[in-house]
Design a protein. Sequence first.
Lengths: 327, 339
Amino acid sequence: MTEPLLKVEGLKKYFPITGGMLGRVKGHVKAVDDISFYVNEGETLGIVGESGCGKSTTGRMLMRLLDPTEGKVTFDGQELTSLSASDMRKARRDIQMVFQDPYASLNPRHSIEKILMEPLNVHNIGDPKERKRKVHEFLEIVGLSSYHAKRYPHQFSGGQRQRIGIARALMTNPKLIIADEPVSALDVSIQAQVLNLMQDLQRDLKLTYIFIAHDLGVVRHISDRVGVMYLGNMAELADTESLYEKPLHPYTQALLSAVPVPDPDFVREEVVIKGDVPSPANPPSGCRFHTRCPFKMDICSQEIPRFAEVEPGHSVACHLYEECRPQ
Amino acid sequence: MDERKTILDVKGLRTSFFTDDGEVPAVDNVDFHIRQGEVLGIVGESGCGKSVTSLSIMGLVPSPPGKIVSGEILFQDKDLTKLSDKEMRQIRGDDIAMIFQEPMTSLNPLFTIGNQLREALKIHKKDWSKSQIQERAVEMMKLVGLPRAEALLNEYPHQLSGGMRQRVMIAMALLCDPKVLIADEPTTALDVTIQAQILKLIKNLNERLDTAVLLITHDLGVVAETCERVVVMYAGKVVEEGPVHTIFNDPQHPYTRGLLESVPDMRFKKERLYSIPGNVPKPGSIKTGCKYAARCEFAFDRCRVEDPELYQTAEDHKTRCFLFDPKEAKPNDRTVVES
């Protein structure tokens, strides 16, 4: 078996809570608490979860836009977590990010040409003439025209801006693209265009994606494997088919049953969970889902369940499956 | 045919915004009605005029620059567009109530939940005693499934989670037993598990209290799950209207069909999503012809010059498309010729 392109081991991010007159640290928000996964070359790993589950924090840590509190990220044989700031900047040539809000992630005072040229300048790729040619080339690749280069972000619609965001991520020929909610701000008809574009680019440019989103329909459509996060933990991770057809974790089951389906004749199996997501500053003991879980046992509030394989390629962190695990 | 009485009837509504560039019609000649106890959905993408429609009904269109230019909104034989501000205030919150997308911005952070609930009752139920008002507030908090109702009344909005705030908003809207509840994207800001709870609550209350609900959303899943009838809007116009099963199983307007096909379905994997070419037009940018013609794969010459009307294609199904004009050729023949 070949080595995965990206490997994450025991990744943690604790944000300190300060308070009082002296600004002493009173506690920590455990935004991401000990997660591990890998991404193979050429595949799409989807990460889903509700707000506050730590999926965006995870994405940012992979690029070291946030420094992890603990844990190891290995990309293409290189350990990113131990790199110096300047070495990390070089490594980012191969890892690029697409953000949620195409309005906020493009500088309104820069022309599209300047925005797209920036990554080439930072990484010192090509001479000015070549850079210009590349800008025009990539504008065409994402479905815009080269005459758009002279325009400014406000002259584009949301969908077009997201295309520009994707073009910017592609400028350095990256291997991995981390897309954080890339289509959630877009209308349905435009969302489909951008998803199709991302799939075409993956096929043509042999890209690897980490696709972070809260929309389970979108994630199923684009992902090869999917990880479900809850309160900073990875609850379940499996290939898309088995996760959606045979979800094991009670949270995944509840999440899937809560999604409204665009078919009025559809009869769902209801797994309704009560209440809200607890605060990550004061997470429940043991399994973090036990406060809302319909199958709660005594052990759940005492012991943190292991995140381990139950079937080949299907991992879950839940005490219900403790016996079926290979020891 | 549905026997229930029509409770709200919108006829030829046109709401425009007057800008430096002239009149921009956000809602253009919109007709629809809601029957007593019915859940009607209005779906559409951003800028289609669904929110302006709801604000027009409530008399909340910011004026200037907005104005209801023509049309009628009939509620219990009264035309809401003709009422004075004072008369409208009596209806708003009492007979017709509204909940909004963002529960945090629609609650006042400086007042307790109880204070804000009681305020609505003080305005609309002038003859009620203090204890009657308090009792009603507690009753509504319990009805929407909030725990510790009495204690919560003394808390402030920031102390509640998003889902709880939306429940408070619903409690507040239902205080005076409204006949119509307008819910404008009530679950868009919420997580899916909370969304499921709130939708269930709205449906439950609709059945128990017989309140008609006008649900405005962009999410086709939410519509399929909660609504009985659907109005699809595009660029300020109603493009299709029908019962939810007909709209989802036998959509007629090319826009409705395109929209349904472009949604990724959680239940199975489509190889490739259908995508509607082009962008949603800016309001007022298309002057002649069908507003959807530029993006429509079936468009023919007539679509670009003439504005289609809403053709009745079945007893309860209407479509604004020339393909369904009885004078045109049968839609099936055309599709064959076009492709």
